[in-house]
Design a protein around this ligand. Structure first.
Ligand SMILES: [Zn+2]
Length: 590
């Protein structure tokens, strides 16, 4: 049997497609693991040891984390618990999470005061075990306090070495009810640890399955409100409510249709209220604050020394007047630790002008420390300046990489379009037909993609890589079918020679794409500093790379399908004609 030229070409194309697909998935895996297995640029170390005795404001702090609760829906639903918190405590109406707004990075940030790129907990796929950096749990343990957590497996994963008690509640329905029961039991038994973390999973689950605008979501928030009341009642029953600070918060919000992880306002805004001794009553504060302020605030309440590296100042405005002098001293300690930490970070990143600037602030702060006259307001000012310095340094790092990022994204984009464009160029006769069919294929891809996600995809619409790839594959398949049908029906290539002519450039392009992607995969570590320092940009890069790569792969497949379709059509026509001829001859013989 003689193997035809076209068969060899088809085999080569298929092989190249397989290789290209392999290289692409390899590059995607690399980008993915550089996010999930990310290593922070610096080890977190505390510079100053305590030289001041800090008063303990409360004996106990109970942190109730209502996972995925949106503050605007809490405001709408209210209920006894949330209304009481508002009336008896301080409500922060402009509190924010840091993107990516996932649950596990949030717990790390709330407990340590560190942003994700410094804590190293960057995704919900974090698997490096216990966090050995200063946290409210580790500090409590060092200074002889008791710690506990109920119903939050992520807290136990991150801090289990520093938890005296942990009560696991399976994340099935009724999680919140069981967590509350256990919390009430611990409070009334008289064995309440100094820090108790209580996690409620139900609101987040309903958010994912029904969206933030659903009645089920409101019901879950109403249920959380009731649970909070039960905890407060237990504290009153045990008569420790005047020695306990209750911090109720959420770790992220939810999109209207459900989902979180991105940097949309609905997912970044969190609920936060604080109630208890030395905390103002019936005050709503609309200053912008981040959940990285919570760890140091709790440490201050429990009289723990300022041995955290807090990227945001403590929530001074929540405290009553008489706490301000000791708060100022505390904040000074924190600011110094933060300043020295930043100086180390800038040195590590070779940001020399930033090292100088941090030195300037440190000199001022050391001077204030020596002078013994500490004014809370001015320390907060320097704290904010230091935080700004950090944000500016990230911007500087991003701008350094901007060119190469844009170039690599463009390159992948070009690869995606290359087969169609080349096909158009080499078969000049049907240029417009090819252009139209290519355009229809491209539009079909994005239309179905956007339809599947119901909006432009962001990190919030992708809660797992699997679902993301499934959606992108489905869109791509739809696009292939639509554009193949269009192409087969509009292009009429009459002989095999012409077919070969149109296929050869595709072959070249695919092999070129394979080489470029291979080079990109190899160079990846050098060209992209992912994900530090900017999450949204890094994620954008990741998703666009993923989109473009699948698009490139299937744009290569599309002309192949057209080729196979046309060959089959020609063969079918040929054999039909032959059959007709034979039967005519046969008929004539008879
Ligand atoms: Zn969450």
């Amino acid at each position: 049997m003689k193997i035809g030229k076209s068969t060899i070409i088809v085999v080569i194309i298929v092989l190249l497609l397989i290789i290209t697909g392999f290289l692409m998935s390899n590059a995607i895996t690399k980008v993915w693991s550089s996010w999930v297995d990310y290593d922070p640029p610096i080890n977190v170390k505390v510079h100053l040891k305590p030289d001041y005795n800090y008063p303990r404001i409360a004996e106990y702090v109970i942190i109730v984390l209502v996972d995925g609760a949106r503050p605007d829906i809490i405001d709408k639903v209210g209920g006894e618990g949330f209304s009481l918190l508002k009336k008896e405590g301080v409500l922060f109406s402009n509190a924010y999470a840091l993107p990516p707004t996932y649950s596990i990075p949030a717990r790390a940030a709330i407990s340590t005061g560190l942003p994700h790129e410094i804590s190293g907990v960057t995704s919900n796929w974090y698997k490096k075990g216990v966090l050995n950096i200063p946290s409210i749990f580790s500090l409590a343990k060092i200074y002889g306090l008791k710690t506990g957590a109920i119903g939050d497996s992520s807290i136990s994963m991150l801090f289990k070495d520093y938890l005296d008690t942990y009560i696991e509640i399976p994340e099935t329905s009724g999680h919140m009810k069981k967590s509350t029961e256990e919390a009430v039991k611990i409070i009334t038994s008289g064995e309440l640890p100094n820090i108790l973390w209580v996690g409620f999973a139900d609101v987040d689950e309903v958010g994912h399955s029904h969206g933030a605008l659903s009645s089920r979501y409101e019901e879950a928030i109403a249920e959380a409100s009731k649970s909070i009341i039960k905890i407060i009642e237990a504290l009153k029953l045990r008569r420790i409510d005047d020695r306990t600070v209750l911090v109720v918060l959420s770790d992220h919000g939810h999109l209207d249709q459900g989902g979180h992880g991105g940097d949309e306002l609905e997912v970044r805004r969190i609920y936060l209220s604080i109630m208890g001794p030395s905390i103002k009553k019936n005050v709503t504060l609309n200053i912008d604050i981040y959940y990285t302020s919570i760890a140091s605030t709790i440490a201050f309440i429990l009289g723990l020394p300022p041995e955290l590296i807090s990227y945001s100042p403590p929530l001074s405005s929540a405290f009553s007047e008489e706490q301000l002098p000791s708060l100022a001293m505390y904040e000074l300690g924190l600011a110094l630790n933060y300043g020295y930490h930043l100086k180390d970070l800038f040195t590590r990143l070779e940001l020399n002008s930033y090292v100088e600037k941090s030195d300037e602030y440190l000199a001022i702060l050391e001077k204030i420390k020596a002078s013994d006259t500490v004014d809370a307001g001015s320390i907060t000012e320097y704290y904010v300046e230091l935080s700004r310095l950090y944000e500016d340094s990230k911007k500087e790092l991003i701008s350094r990489d901007a060119g190469i990022r844009a170039f690599s994204a463009m390159l992948v984009g070009l690869i995606a379009w290359a087969p169609t464009v080349t096909l158009c160029y080499f078969t000049r006769k049907s240029l417009w037909k090819l252009l139209i069919s290519g355009f229809i294929g491209f539009t079909a891809f994005w239309a179905s993609f956007i339809y599947l996600f119901r909006y432009t995809p962001t990190m919030s619409s992708v809660n797992s890589l699997d679902s993301y790839i499934e959606s992108i594959m489905a869109s791509t398949l739809i696009s292939i079918i639509v554009s193949s049908v269009v192409m087969v029906s509009v292009i009429s290539i009459k002989d095999e020679r012409k077919t070969l002519l149109s296929i050869t450039p595709i072959l070249l392009i695919i092999s070129l794409s394979s080489i470029i992607i291979l080079v990109m995969g190899v160079l990846y570590g050098f060209i992209v500093k992912f994900p530090f320092p900017d999450w949204s940009l890094a994620y954008l890069y990741y998703t666009s790379l993923l989109n473009e790569m699948f698009l490139a792969l299937f744009n290569g497949l599309m002309p192949l399908l057209v080729f196979i379709g046309l060959t089959l059509k020609t063969k079918l026509v040929k054999s039909t004609r032959q059959y007709m001829k034979v039967s005519t001859v046969l008929n004539a013989d008879i």
